[in-house]
Design a protein around this ligand. Structure first.
Ligand code: LLP
Length: 450
């Protein structure tokens, strides 16, 4: 028995039913080694999500350590035949223990701000395993990078290079610098996360690159030794990589002819992952296509994967607060909101949802929404899901990347705790914020009210 409020809903229902049965879709990937049902209860590795929700409340982020380790090793193995280094993009999940899992496996860390740098130092990272990136680094960020001696500062404009040169001079040091070059290729992804088109704010234009490198090579306090690119995120085709890498190899060869030696080529991150029905490529398939190109140049190859390493290793568990029907729609109101997981609201991103306790209820089509006072506050739209009851738990999957890191305190909501599961053990790595945390250093100024 099904409830269909409108024929449009019926159409959406048919589409999503169909998509569940096609090969290569999320349901084929789920259950996985990391999130699966045991006796009708959803587990992360060996720990039941119900027990986590019972101990720590909801909403709560849960991560699988094994997922992170497996993906890191999959990536590293794919490129093992060439000299390469992986720098985990901490922006995708900057939980200290998540960063440390990758670091301990041999990864470096790509940090995008003083805040991420601070986190990397907190886990005891060697600055020589850090890349400092970012389109608008402040003087303080550059100064910290140089003083600490990070492996590479990646500059995105000539103005920035001049500033790095000046700060390095003041500190009596030589800074290691790479230029981020914008190859002007279309990564065919969401416009908000496309970064390698000429119209995007990132990097220096490929057309100006030679001239800028030559100018940089004259500066005394920097050593310009790298070419860097990052064309976008959630990329589902190898073609844009091939196009961009070929362009950059041409640049590296021209630089060599001009007497500028490039020691490393950083191709950034961007590998897409399965959220719904994407056709994807594996690290091995990427390696098969790229390694022959890399062999044309004598450089170390750097990678900065984020999402690939983390996305499908995390779930956000929420509790159903209310069920309601407004006009033509069913709504499932849960206690997780856009402040916990922003991706659906700003990219219309799809996140698969599963009841934590499997039920045999009829399927309904519903919007899964949060308590924040915005219509844009939703986890899923027109989702076919077995009917849930008040108090049921819902797992929002693929939430390990760009989930907690993009969380906010909107509506004065406390950010969720983060739990890492390692086989049958669970670890609280960050507690739920308290209301006192939310008031940190904020005071009533009596003079203002006198
Ligand atoms: N390197 C640089 C310079 C980057 O800007 C990024 C991501 C990465 C590496 C890692 O990219 P990944 O492998 O994770 O695709 N908030 C968006 C994603 C923004 C990505 C920003 N840069 C989302 O939720 O989809």
């Amino acid at each position: 028995m099904l409830h269909f409020k409108t024929s449009l809903n019926y159409f959406v229902f048919l589409q999503s039913k169909l998509s569940k049965t096609l090969p290569g879709k999320f349901m084929k990937y789920f259950p996985s080694d990391y999130f699966q049902y045991k006796n009708n209860e959803l587990y992360c590795e060996g720990v039941s999500l119900k027990s986590i929700a019972g101990k720590f409340g909801t909403p709560v982020y849960v991560y699988s350590k094994k997922f992170f380790a497996d993906r890191y090793l999959e990536f590293a193995n794919a490129f093992k035949s060439i000299n390469h280094k992986i720098f985990f993009a901490a922006k995708s999940n900057f939980n200290l223990n998540v960063i440390k899992i990758f670091y301990d496996l041999g990864s470096g860390i790509d940090v995008n701000s003083l805040g991420e740098l601070y986190r990397a130092l907190k886990i005891g990272a060697d600055p020589q395993r850090l890349l400092l990136t970012g389109v608008g680094k402040t003087k303080d960020e550059i100064k910290a990078g140089i003083e600490l001696g990070v492996l590479m500062i990646k500059a995105e404009s000539l103005h920035e290079v001049y500033l790095i040169n000046r700060i390095a001079g003041d500190l009596g040091k030589k800074a290691q610098v790479a230029l981020r070059v914008n190859p002007d290729v279309d990564p065919q992804t969401h416009p908000y996360i496309s970064t390698g088109l000429a119209e995007n704010k990132f990097g220096i234009s490929a057309a100006d690159a030679m001239e800028i490198y030559i100018e940089c090579s004259k500066l005394k306090n920097i050593e310009i030794s790298g070419v860097d690119m990052h064309i976008g995120s959630q990329i589902t085709s190898i073609t844009p990589y091939l196009e961009a890498v070929s362009k950059m190899i041409g640049l590296i060869e021209n630089l060599k002819t001009a007497g500028i030696t490039i020691n490393h080529f950083d191709i950034g991150g961007g590998m897409g992952v399965l959220y719904n029905d994407e056709e994807l490529f594996t690290p091995l398939q990427l390696a098969e296509k790229l390694i022959p190109l890399f062999k044309q140049i004598d450089c170390d190859i750097f990678f900065e994967p984020g999402r690939f390493l983390t996305a499908n290793g995390g779930a956000l568990v929420a509790e159903v607060l209310y069920l309601k029907e407004n006009m033509n729609k069913n709504f499932i109101v849960v206690d997780a909101a856009m402040n916990d997981l922003l991706r659906p609201s700003i990219y219309n991103a799809y996140h698969h949802t599963q009841p934590v306790i499997k039920n045999n209820n009829e399927d309904i089509i519903a919007d899964i929404v949060g308590p924040v006072c915005e219509s844009g506050d939703f986890i899923a739209k027109n989702r076919v899901i077995s009917k849930l009851e008040q108090g049921d738990l819902l797992a929002v999957l693929s939430a390990g990347a760009y989930g907690m890191v993009m969380a906010s305190n909107y509506n004065a909501r406390r950010r969720a705790p983060e739990i890492i599961i390692d086989k049958d053990k669970f670890f609280l790595t960050r507690s739920r914020e308290s209301y006192e945390h939310l008031l940190w250093d904020e005071q009533i100024i009596s003079n203002l009210h006198s």
